[in-house]
Write a protein that binds this ligand. Structure first.
Ligand code: GCB
Length: 592
C-alpha cells in the first residue's frame, strides 16, 4: 500500500520539480561560450515513441541485421535557432513532439565548468547528453541551462525533444491569437566558466534615489568558499569596490555615486561595467534611471512622460517565423524608431534578449509580459507555478535593463475571485523580486449602460497596479464603424496613469478602397485618425501601444482573401510594407 502511495505521490508531483536545471546564468552573450546554433538533425514523433524507444541513446547502425526504427544519422536537418513551422512545409501547422540531435567535438580545458544553455524552446523540452538525461523545462519563452561539466567529452551527442502541444493547464492555455511556433526557437550554446564564477548580479538605482546603486551578486562556487571577493568597476563613474561574498555566494552593497547621468530615450546612456572574481571578468553595459508613478503621471527620472508606443509579436514579416537574431531585432527597432516611438510593448510573452538589449541601446522603454492570456486555469496550482516561473525567469534575465519599465502580469482576463487571487499573488511575487519597476496588465473595459459607448475601467486588479492599461476595439469589432469612436466615454475609477495597451483594426496591405470598406488600408487609416482624436480627450492618458507593428499569423484568422492565416492589424504588412495608418500614427507621435 505504502509503495503505491509513493508512486502516486511521484506521479502527481508538479513536473517543474523534475527539472534538473541549474539556476539561470545571466548576461550570457558576454561570457566565454561555444555556439551550438546551426544545423541539427530532427525526427518528427507524432506517435510519441521516442521516450519509449529511448531516442536519446542515439544509436549508430552497427549491425545491418539490427532493427532500428529511428535514425538521426540519416535524418533531415533544420536550423537552430528557429521554429520548425516556418522551416519545413510538413511542419507548418504541426503540434506535437520533435526530436533534435546534434553531434559535436569538444576540447575540454582543465579546471573549467561547462553549461548547456537554451535561450528558449517551445513548449516542453527534455534534454539528454551522451545518453543521459539532463532535465526538462516547461514554458516557451524563457532561458534554461544545465551543468554538463562531467558529461562533456571529446565527442558529444545532444538529443532534445521539444513538444508544443497545447494543454489546458499550460501558460498560455489552449487558445491564443498567435501562432504556436514549436522548436528550439532561440540560441543554444555551451557556456564556459571556472570553479567559482559570477552567475548573476543586480545593479540598478535604488528605488527613489538618483545617486545610490543597489548591487547584489551571486557567485556559484563548487567548493563553497566563503571569502570570494568580487570587484565591481564602473570607470566612468569612478566606482571600484571590492566586496566579499558570504558562504552562500551572495553579497549586497549600496554604492553611492553623485555623477550618474540617467538613462532616458533622449539620453540612452549605458555605463561600461565589469565584475571580476579573481582573474575572471564579466562585462556589461548598464543604464540607470528612476521610474515611478505620482497621481496620474508616469515619472521617468522625476519628469512626466508620455509612452509613445506600439505592440509587437516575435514574428518576422520576411521569414514568417519567430524572430531570434540581433539583425531581426534591429529591423524591428528601426521601424519602431521610424514610427516615432519611445516605448514598445513586447507582447504577449518574453521576447528574446537581443531585442531587449537593443531597445535599451536605442532609447526605447519596454513593457514585458508573460502569457497569462485570456482564461487560463486560475485554480490550478501548477498553472500558477508555470506563470510564476516565467515571471521569475524573465525578471532574472532582464532586471539590469533600464529600458524595462513595466512588468505585465496578464492580458485580457475575465474578473473572478480565483483570477483576482492568482494575479494578486503574481503582483506580490514580482514586487518581492523587483520593487523598482511598475506593474500592470492589459485589462478589459465594460459598458455601464449610460450610453452605447460609455465604458468603465474598474477592474479590481487596478487597486494593486501602478499603471492602468486597457485594450479597446470599438470601431473594429462589432458592427460599429470608426465614426462612433468619438462617442466613446471612459470613466476610469483609479487615480493612476492610464494607457491604451491595445487598439487596432485590420487591413490587407495593398488593398485600397474607400474608408467604409473593411480590410482596406483606408478603413484602418480612418480608424486610427478617429481613435487618436479620442485619445486626446482622455486627460489621464499617459501612453499608447496600438495593436500592432506587423501582421502576424494566428490560427483564428483564416478568412480567405483578407486574412489567409494572418491577423492583419499590423501597421506593416505580412510582406514588410507600411500601410497608410503607419503614417497617421507617425504624425501623431511626431507632434506629441
Ligand atoms: C486582443 C488581444 C490580442 C489580439 C487582438 C486582436 O485584445 O490582446 O492578442 O490579437 O486583440 O487582434 O483581436
Amino acid at each position: 500500500m505504502q509503495k503505491y502511495f509513493y508512486l502516486i505521490l511521484i506521479l502527481t508531483l508538479p513536473s517543474y520539480l523534475w527539472a534538473d536545471e541549474f539556476p539561470q546564468i545571466t548576461n550570457v552573450y558576454n561570457r566565454q561560450s561555444v555556439s551550438l546554433n546551426g544545423k541539427w538533425k530532427y525526427l518528427i514523433d507524432q506517435a510519441e515513441i521516442g521516450n519509449r524507444r529511448k531516442f536519446w541513446q542515439d544509436k549508430e547502425i552497427s549491425n545491418r541485421s539490427e532493427l532500428l526504427e529511428y535514425n538521426f544519422e540519416t535524418a533531415a536537418q533544420m536550423n537552430v535557432p528557429g521554429d520548425w513551422n516556418s522551416q519545413k512545409n510538413e511542419l507548418q501547422y504541426y503540434e506535437g513532439k520533435v526530436w533534435y540531435q546534434k553531434s559535436f567535438p569538444f576540447i575540454k580545458k582543465p579546471g573549467k565548468r561547462y553549461f548547456l544553455y537554451f535561450g528558449a524552446a517551445n513548449y516542453h523540452t527534455e534534454v539528454f547528453m551522451n545518453g543521459e538525461k539532463l532535465g526538462e523545462h516547461r514554458g516557451g519563452f524563457t532561458p534554461f541551462n544545465f551543468e554538463i561539466t562531467t558529461l562533456i567529452n571529446e565527442q558529444n551527442s545532444i538529443v532534445v525533444s521539444v513538444d508544443n502541444t497545447r494543454k489546458k493547464e499550460q501558460v498560455p492555455t489552449i487558445i491564443s491569437d498567435w501562432k504556436n511556433f514549436g522548436g528550439l526557437t532561440r540560441d543554444v550554446m555551451i557556456i564556459e566558466e571556472i570553479n567559482a564564477f559570477i552567475q548573476d548580479y543586480t545593479l540598478q538605482l535604488k528605488k527613489g534615489s538618483s545617486d545610490e546603486l543597489d548591487f547584489t551578486v551571486w557567485v556559484n562556487d563548487n567548493n563553497h568558499v566563503s571569502d570570494n571577493q568580487v570587484t565591481i568597476h564602473i570607470p566612468e563613474l569612478n566606482i571600484k569596490e571590492i566586496i566579499s561574498v558570504d558562504s552562500s555566494g551572495k553579497a549586497t552593497r549600496t554604492i553611492k555615486s553623485e555623477n550618474i547621468s540617467r538613462w532616458s530615450p533622449q539620453n540612452p546612456q549605458l555605463y561600461k561595467t565589469s565584475f571580476s572574481l579573481e582573474n575572471n571578468t564579466l562585462h556589461d553595459e548598464i543604464g540607470f534611471r528612476n521610474i515611478e508613478v505620482e497621481g496620474k503621471d508616469i515619472l521617468l527620472n522625476g519628469k512626466s512622460i508620455f509612452l509613445k508606443g506600439i505592440s509587437l509579436h516575435e514574428e518576422s514579416p520576411f521569414t514568417h517565423g519567430r524572430t531570434h537574431s540581433r539583425e531581426e531585432a534591429q529591423m524591428m527597432i528601426d521601424w519602431v524608431k521610424e514610427l516615432g516611438c519611445n516605448y514598445l510593448r513586447l507582447s504577449h510573452y518574453p521576447h528574446n534578449e537581443h531585442i531587449v538589449r537593443l531597445a535599451e541601446k536605442e532609447g526605447i522603454m519596454l513593457w514585458e509580459e508573460i502569457p497569462v492570456y485570456w482564461d487560463i486555469e486560475w485554480d490550478n496550482p501548477q498553472t500558477y507555478q508555470y506563470a510564476k516561473q516565467m515571471l521569475n525567469d524573465v525578471i532574472i534575465r532582464d532586471k539590469n535593463r533600464a529600458a524595462v519599465i513595466i512588468w505585465s502580469m496578464a492580458n485580457e482576463t475575465d474578473i473572478s475571485e480565483s483570477r483576482n487571487t492568482f494575479l494578486k499573488k503574481l503582483i506580490d511575487f514580482t514586487r518581492s523580486k523587483d520593487d523598482t519597476r511598475l506593474i500592470s496588465a492589459a485589462l478589459f473595459v465594460h459598458g455601464d449602460g449610460k450610453s452605447r459607448f460609455s465604458r468603465v475601467v474598474d477592474d479590481p486588479f487596478g487597486k494593486n497596479a501602478d499603471v492602468i492599461s486597457v485594450n479597446q476595439y470599438i470601431g473594429w469589432y462589432g458592427s460599429a464603424l470608426p465614426d462612433v469612436i468619438k462617442e466613446l466615454e471612459m470613466t476610469i475609477q483609479f487615480d493612476k496613469p492610464f494607457i491604451f495597451s491595445e487598439f487596432g483594426a485590420g487591413a490587407l496591405g495593398g488593398f485600397h478602397a474607400d474608408s467604409l470598406t473593411r480590410w482596406s488600408e483606408e478603413y484602418q487609416e480612418w480608424y486610427y485618425k478617429e481613435t487618436l482624436k479620442m485619445c486626446d480627450r482622455i486627460d489621464q492618458l499617459r501612453g499608447l501601444s496600438p495593436w500592432i507593428l506587423t501582421d502576424f499569423q494566428s490560427p483564428r484568422r483564416m478568412l480567405p482573401v483578407y486574412q489567409d492565416g494572418f491577423n492583419r492589424k499590423g501597421l506593416i504588412s505580412s510582406e514588410g510594407k507600411k500601410k497608410k495608418a503607419f503614417f497617421v500614427l507617425q504624425e501623431y507621435y511626431n507632434q506629441k
